[in-house]
Design a protein around this ligand. Structure first.
Ligand code: ADP
Ligand code: NI
Length: 218
């Protein structure tokens, strides 16, 4: 099978797996991460095939939707094995998937390859800006979280366990993750794109608070 065939089959598989999602992790999230990763790759030096496979498969084993026994992305690995992808490529893709997720403000990023840096940046770009705002509230609704709770303050989670078990309001998620992403981008290309998306969120939060406090109502 050619690399192009493998990518096409993987895209078809993922499209079908993620089609019914309403938590902000639908096929179109995967599609945007895939396309953005390709664009970032054009400005950086890395292996496009590994990047594309990792982008397409990055959320298949996500802890938010799977009960994980260990860190191995079992579903992604099984899929790549079923297509007889070279084991050294499968290992690299699985390593990226294992380390892609944000795990809390104070938790170290273990990503360690140029391909991984790019896919992580593409995923994080989709968590910020106008789309990031929409996805955060979609996820909050999916998890029955309140929009905002003035009595609960954001927390800087120091461990993945704390972050994972947090039930805080969606507005807190901006302070606990989304507003921190701009300075956590790995590549210069993504850092540049993130600046503008970050500003959109800052403006949005300011307007949200003004409306919440009735500042724009006479
Ligand atoms: P990651 O694996 O880094 O979490 P994802 O591609 O799975 O990245 O997408 C994470 C997105 O899910 C966030 O950017 C946000 O939109 C949403 N999300 C995750 N946790 C929360 C939360 N506690 N409150 C609101 N949205 C959340
Ligand atoms: Ni994602």
């Amino acid at each position: 099978m050619t690399q192009q065939d493998i990518l096409q089959k993987t895209a078809d598989y993922i499209k079908q797996e993620f089609s019914g999602d309403s938590s902000g992790h639908d096929w179109w999230h995967i599609y945007r991460v895939w396309k953005n990763a390709i664009t970032i790759c054009e400005h950086e030096h890395a292996d496009s095939f590994i990047i594309q496979l990792a982008a397409l498969l990055h959320d298949l084993d996500d802890w938010k939707f799977n009960a994980a026994e260990d860190e191995t992305p079992h579903r992604a690995k099984a899929w790549l094995d079923s297509l007889s992808v070279d084991p050294s490529i499968t290992d690299k893709v699985c390593n990226i998937i294992t380390h892609i997720s944000y795990k809390g403000a104070g938790v170290e990023n273990k990503m360690d390859s140029p391909e991984g840096f790019i896919v992580q940046d593409a995923d994080r770009l989709d968590a910020i800006g106008a789309i990031g705002i929409a996805r955060a509230f979609a996820y909050g609704g999916y998890k029955n979280r309140p929009l905002y709770d003035p009595d609960s303050l954001p927390e800087m989670h120091q461990t993945f366990e704390q972050y994972k078990n947090s039930k805080s309001a969606t507005i807190n998620h901006f302070y606990e993750k989304l507003l921190l992403l701009k300075d956590m981008m790995n590549t210069n290309t993504a850092r540049r794109i993130a600046e503008q998306r970050h500003e959109v969120m800052v403006q949005y939060l300011s307007q949200f608070m003004d409306e919440w406090e009735g500042k724009d109502v006479e």
